[in-house]
Design a protein around this ligand. Sequence first.
Ligand SMILES: [Zn+2]
Length: 384
Amino acid sequence: MCSVVNKGLKLEILPNEDMTTVLEQNIGNARFLWNNILRRYNDLYKLFRFHGYPLSPYIRNLNAILKMLKQENRFLYEGESTSQQQVFRDLNKAFTKFFKEGTCYPRFKSKKNPKQSFRIQKNGNNIRITNRRIRLAKLGYAHYRTSSQYKKLLKNSKINNVTVKKENGKYYAIVNIKTTVKELEKTGKNIGIDLGLKNLATLSNGQEITNLDLKKEDKIIKKYQQKLSRQKYNSKNYQKTLKKYHKWLNQKNNKINNAYHQLSHHLVKNYDIIAMETLNIQGMFKNKRWAPKLQKISLHKLQEMIKYKSQWYGKKFIQIPRFYPSSQLCNICGYQKHNLTLDIRKWTCPTCGTTHHRDINAAKNILQKAIKNIYHKKKINIKK
Ligand SMILES: [Zn+2]
């Protein structure tokens, strides 16, 4: 069985001086548009509310603001038009998420953010990629570097869009393509995952996956950060330090990405049902013991990887509600230990006498709950 999926392929692009200028302009335009549409919308929203009228960020309202901004700022006509449309589509999405899913209110984009980007929608011939060069209408062309595997995919796939991204001083094109992937064979085995503080994850089969050791990277990054704050902004020496700083940030990111790719691939390859708790990042940050560790690891990234890979390869990824007391329940008899504090790593069930390793027990409960949920859903479907 094959499934049709959207895949993002990362290309490092090597723009010449002219194209760098154009890319910077477009990145600036996208940020300018985002911030200005957001500011004007906020003003309108306040004005309406002051007079007692509700105002929703309908795409029409945002579009009207975009038109207004273009008339006032002629330079916007020189940029890529599909990328401008994309800015306001993204903003609309951010608002929808805020109103419907309760995520954070859309924030202003800062020039100082080390990640900057804009997206170009495929429209006729505006995006062309050959074996060595990528050509983006209005922006020019550039040589690029990527794996031979990606090159092959690029040749044979339909392109949806391209996101141009500047990350830690380098330029990338993330090419979103439509492709097919072959489902992985079923193994008949299932797994529960307990994400933790001491370990990155503990699996229901007893396997413990330790946190990445990023001490060396963090130490060097901090050193360059301090050096930058002492140097004169944009001086020659500052630029030199900035290059090294970016290099180490990239190195750290790559290390995390590689480890997460490996782990998520291992899981979808070996198991049919993968169960995990819903992440409660905001709640975790409120916990003083979790907060410093969480800044170093991005559990959300790992969760997303497992999620999309399960979809691609025909496996099931199930998340159970976060208020489920997975650590407190005995996975053998169901007894609930209410006074289980964070420092208790091992406990013995007073009812059935089983001694539990805290996290393995939690992972087992997470898996059991997920399987129960699937069974329950099936039963409802049969009744219908
Ligand atoms: Zn028990």
